[in-house]
Design a binder for this molecule. Structure first.
Ligand SMILES: [Zn+2]
Length: 111
């Protein structure tokens, strides 16, 4: 999958746990990674759908803060909270989602 994230095109790839494991801690389970040098987001292919949604949002936020050159890039707690919140808002609100996907749906916001 390809994702346009602001000024960059990212490749989203799915990898086995073993290929995502950290050189610092081989036993740590890595859900995802955002490599801003090669514009690649890696997602652990063993996640369930909700973990996948939150992890993808998490890595997208890293990609955003990288382009903002913002220290929040390194704030895992902030990024984790925001990724859960944004994912939940997208899931809970069909109208919200359609507003961003199809502009013809904007009139329904007034309902
Ligand atoms: Zn992170």
């Amino acid at each position: 999958m390809k994702l346009r994230i602001l000024a960059k095109n990212y490749n989203v790839v799915f990898k086995d746990s073993i290929d995502l494991s950290s050189e610092h801690d081989e036993n740590a389970i890595i859900y995802g990674r955002c490599n801003v040098l090669i514009n690649e987001i890696s997602i652990n292919n063993e996640l369930d759908v909700q973990e996948l949604r939150i992890t993808l949002m998490h890595e997208v936020l890293h990609a955003i803060y990288d382009q903002f050159d913002d220290a929040l890039f390194y704030d895992e707690e902030h990024i984790s909270k925001l990724s859960v919140a944004l994912t939940q808002i997208l899931i809970d609100n069909n109208q919200f989602r359609s507003l961003y996907i199809e502009s013809k749906h904007t009139h329904s916001l007034k309902d």
